[in-house]
Design a protein around this ligand. Sequence first.
Ligand code: ATP
Length: 455
Amino acid sequence: MEKTMDKIVNLCKGRGFVYPGSDIYGGFANTWDYGPLGVELENNIKKAWWKRFVQESENSFGVDAGILMNPTVWDASGHTQNFSDPKMDCKNCKNRFRADNLIEEHSKGKVSAEAMTNEQMEAYIDEHHINCPVCGKHDFTPIRQFKLMFETSRGTIDNAKDVVYLRPETCQGEYVNFLNVARTARAKVPFSIAQIGKSFRNEITPGNFLFRTIEFEQMELQTFCKDSEAIDIYNQNKLNALQFAKDIGLNEKRLRFHDHEKLAHYAKCACDIQYQFPIGWEELNGIHHRGTWDLSRHQEFSGKSMVYTDPITNEKFLPTVVEYSIGVGRLALATLCEAYDEETLENGETRIVMHLNPAIAPYKVAVLPLQKNLNDKAKEVLRMLNKHFMCSYDEAGSIGKRYRRQDEIGTPFCVTIDFDSLEDETVTIRDRDTMEQKRLKIKELVPYIYSKVEF
Ligand code: ATP
């Protein structure tokens, strides 16, 4: 079976995971809206991540900071100066590309432009006669840096406008609150601050569905520590991030570490976890050892001390930061790609099935009355189950077709109500992956399903 991005996109659009943004207006490039199934999938992914990295982690605390921040934050972080991509326009067809992407795509990933200067990239593109991927001509403008931050303005009077930015990453909300959290949560270094929230980037490259969007959610964990502890924490973060990716349902053989060749001047080491998407190996998440750069810059630009005092030793120092950051949509896309399967059944038919980890599946259980006159009993079972789980209810069509519909959206269990259910308070429960069916007492359903869908 060939697993293509087109198949995933079509299933997502057709079944209600994801729709093109502003669809009735012909869409809006690199934006997508999550439908009834997509929003459940995303919420479940976020819940699983929060459980792992906040609830089950010692010394980890959540925040939910504003999207709009004091603009000086972005001077301190370096974004107003440096957050840009090397852009080239095709003079012939007017399409816009990232020079580094042109090189990487042309060399099929064998050459990395990560460490190249703009001049080196231009020279490479000329020497290798890389053509425009759209019109095939070799007629590019020189590279110009393209700013990735979205600007907006605040103020009620037109001429009193101040530029503000839609945040391009969530982590600054964690850095600026470092001392607030340390004080109010009585948190002792090393400790972590986690956040899940929207970020915005004026991305110029084509999106590949949810992979690269201009508005996206990030899940970020910033660990504040002594510099001497940072490498161990960084290495542990790599393992934790990999373990989470596996636990959420990604196959180990499609995951790998990619250590960065080119580091930001303040960084000691940086690594991505890559996933083998149908479009190739691409970054799933990043893990960065950021030194004391972030807190020292905020100290400098805000004029407020960010120094931490160890309550036991009284030692005073500026903590080093280790970051783990992952996009919700990008992870959702990876889980959808991983889960997609086409199976040939014994009768020769093909079933499309999404083998999603039950913990992140949009619906945990579908309630299916075998016949219409069993609806009352089925609704009674539904009302019992939907106090605990997201449920689907389907009374239309043959039972086989109804099973297929649930397979396609990854529902791990189908509960069928038949005439025996009226007599003996039992139902048939069918497993999505094995298609095995067994009888269970109605009152056993809730604990049974809980035992299978917890993360
Ligand atoms: P890329 O090289 O793919 O542009 P990046 O290195 O700029 O990503 P980071 O700034 O480290 O990414 O962001 C952390 C994570 O946020 C990424 O690993 C990815 O999962 C997610 N992410 C970043 N940009 C986008 C985007 N435009 N759309 C969706 N997810 C994104």
